[in-house]
Structures are given as structure tokens and as C-alpha cells.
Design a protein around this ligand. Structure first.
Ligand code: NI
Length: 177
């Protein structure tokens, strides 16, 4: 297993639309293991393949307290979403340090393949439902800040670009790459 680099907003690659996974083979199993390691290492509750610059329909999620209930969704499709919606405070590993309210369905039903390639149906509500909708958006090239007003989004963009420039400067000064 190896940790992968997470793309940071506003990296244009985050807006790539992912293609279906063609088969759950050894390559996909390695990718799943790497994504879980990357998500746990970053203390995230979800990670989409898009965020590590792999543009295939694959997400990993773990919303458990103990961080021991990984959920792997390959070729996920939301087959039902509740009309009832609620605004939750969301964050994203690709948008570090930024949290804001996004309206989502309170419950969803998803079909997907699991890590063994078996078809599964997941009924989700609460945090898991929010997380699934957030991660599936990534596979469509959508980052949660795109639900915010253009003004807020531009502020976030400038703030993150400034941070990234400062990190780069620091890296160069310390001879890192
Ligand atoms: Ni995210």
C-alpha cells in the first residue's frame, strides 16, 4: 500500500468526469487499499479517486468513530434520494481548512460494487448520506464549494492559492520539491 497525493482546489483536474471501473482486478484492489490509507492518514471520512488524480468511479468512506468500518463504492449510482433536504456543514480534503453549509438529501439509496466486485445496495441517512452525495459529486468533477455563492467561492480560491504559493516558497527554501 502507498499513500497518494491529494489534489487541492482549485486544481483543474478536480473537475474531470470519472469513467466507470471496467473490472475489479488487482489494480483496482491496490487502488482501493491506497485510497483507504490516504483517507485515514489525512483524517478524512471520504475520498474519491478523482482527488488522487485517478478518474474512475471509485470512492472510499468511513464515518465510524473507531475508523474501522471502511465502505468501498465502485461504480456507485444514487438510485433514490429523499425529497427532504437539510443543510450540513461540509469540508473536503481537497479544500483544506474550509467548511461551509451545503443542502443535501437527508437519505439516499446507492447501488455499487464492493471491493470484491459484488453488487451491494447501501441505504444511508445522516452523515453517511451526506458523505456519499459529496463523494459522488467528486466523480462528476464537482467540488462542494461550487454550491456556494461566486463571491464566497472566489474568496476561497484566492485564500487557497495564496496558501499553496507560500507552501511552495517554503519547500523551495528548505530544498524540498
Ligand atoms: Ni471532498
Amino acid at each position: 500500500m502507498s499513500k497518494r497525493t491529494i489534489l487541492s482546489y482549485p486544481d483543474a483536474r478536480l473537475h474531470t468526469v470519472a469513467k466507470p471501473v471496467q473490472g475489479v482486478d488487482a489494480r483496482i484492489k491496490t487502488l482501493v487499499a491506497d485510497m483507504l490509507e490516504t483517507m485515514y492518514d489525512a483524517n478524512g471520512i471520504g475520498l474519491a479517486a478523482t482527488q488522487i488524480d485517478v478518474h474512475e468511479r471509485l470512492v472510499v468512506i468511513d464515518v465510524s468513530e473507531e475508523r474501522n468500518e471502511p465502505l468501498v463504492l465502485i461504480n456507485p449510482e444514487i438510485v433514490w434520494a429523499s425529497d427532504e433536504k437539510v443543510v450540513n456543514e461540509e469540508g473536503c480534503l481537497s479544500v483544506p481548512g474550509i467548511y461551509d453549509g451545503v443542502e443535501r438529501s437527508t437519505a439516499v439509496r446507492v447501488t455499487a460494487l464492493d471491493a470484491e466486485g459484488e453488487l451491494q445496495t447501501v441505504e444511508a441517512e445522516g452523515l453517511l448520506a451526506v458523505c456519499i452525495q459529496h463523494e459522488l459529486d467528486h466523480l462528476l468533477g464537482k467540488v462542494f464549494v461550487e454550491y456556494l455563492s461566486p463571491l464566497k467561492r472566489n474568496r476561497i480560491k484566492s485564500k487557497l492559492l495564496k496558501q499553496q504559493r507560500e507552501e511552495q516558497k517554503l519547500d523551495q527554501r528548505e530544498g524540498r520539491r
